[in-house]
Design a protein around this ligand. Sequence first.
Ligand code: RP5
Length: 188
Amino acid sequence: MSTAPHTTSSSPMQGQQQAIQVGVVMGSSSDWDVMRHAADILTEFGIAFEAKVVSAHRMPDDMFRYAEAAADRGLVAIIAGAGGAAHLPGMLAAKTTVPVLGVPVPSRHLQGVDSLHSIVQMPKGIPVATFAIGTAGAGNAALFAVAMLAGSNPALRAKLDAFRARQTEVARAMTNDLTMGAAEGGKA
Ligand code: RP5
């Protein structure tokens, strides 16, 4: 189990404290093993973010305060992860127009299909962008936030392009691995 979510994290750029741009929130510290994949991406791209537990059903007043303050605090996106009934992303979205990126966390009994259905089925009028269940969703939500910020930040756009290019090279190299594996298998 990795360390529990911290309250703030900032870009390592020149050691200066940047204004927080992205909130990473979750219903429980038990979600952190999934949600840290969002934090890792934001750290890699030098985005100033905070990570917090803001439970919809255990801390409803705190959750509303967080959502109500988000726009004035300058948050560009809120990545919200929750499992089970998973009402956190939708309830945050109900109280702010800052885009909410929902991450369905795998649940104990239904493996996160419940979380996915809960987050994705927002009625018309209050959108929540919904990502894949689990670590892929957490990472992609962060990459989506990076893409949003890259719209007004050419340097960040270049980093994102480089990230994609590296990923392409890794995928291309996979074919070589298959061929080498087959050659080694043939020797045996
Ligand atoms: C949700 O309930 C959380 O998002 C978490 O995924 C789930 C279980 O929470 P714990 O019982 O592990 O605290 O609110």
